[in-house]
Design a protein around this ligand. Sequence first.
Ligand code: CP
Length: 323
Amino acid sequence: QPPSTISPSLLSLLASSPFKNRHVLSVNQYTRQDLHVLFTVAQEMRLGVQRQGILPILQSKVLCTMFFEPSTRTSASFDAAMQRLGGRTIAINTTHSSTQKGETLQDTIRTLGCYGDAVVLRHPENESAATAAKFSPVPIINGGNGSREHPTQAFLDLFTIREELGTVTGLTVTFTGDLKYGRTVHSLVKLLQYYEVRINLVAPKALALPNEVREQIVASGQLAVESETLTPEIVAKSDVLYCTRVQKERFPSLDEYERLKDSLIVDNSVLKHAKSTMIVMHPLPRNNEISEEVDFDQRAAYFRQMRYGLYTRMALLALVLAA
Ligand code: CP
């Protein structure tokens, strides 16, 4: 086992970090150059983990995580990322927290700021990330705020595309599923504005992308095709097929959810029209929108995508917290 080392190039990137001590609330905060720094560090993390398992960059730091909505990937990957950087984590269980006694979000956040050097927060309200940032003495990392954004998922999604396909430039990215409530789509679409891409939107009208997000795609000239069904022609032209779950928890009516939940399903009969190099992505968890038979196709990138999330979140934590 070689000794744990940190390369001089990584140290230099961390020293001039544009993320240092800053909140991570929305993808709107970042330039293409910031993304470049993040992905360069994420690549260093990938190599570092493969070589030595742990990179002792945040040994003196503590990360608090608090998820007011269920999570497996975001919570576990932030925890794993912090531990692989030599730091420590405190995961607050919301069902046993003083939120149950009526404590406000701002008081909860002030409290966590007394114990941790940064806080990862997931919350069902769209305004929660901004509220937390207003009252927090330490950086807030938005782990998903209602149906609005999931910035760290968008970072890892872009990193996945770069690692899997070598570049983002020139690609056709097709989004399918719940584009209305799918916050990962909202964040990723905004980041794609920095790249020369064509974007296809495939969703029933009731699950269409919110106008304000769609207008950004139109304004940038990226919108290629809009459709209510995933046609063979759309699949054949796609380099990335980004699927999303229909977000039951956001629906005002369960009947409406039942009507829409299985409207778009990707199975092997869909993939037979796809390029051999196309990748299928999904932020997960999934329900029925990707059949399990697809898991055995090399183009299914959604499990690899979770691993890229570890490297991306390690990079982000190091860039926010390294001294
Ligand atoms: N992609 C994602 O946010 O997954 P979790 O809800 O499991 O964190």
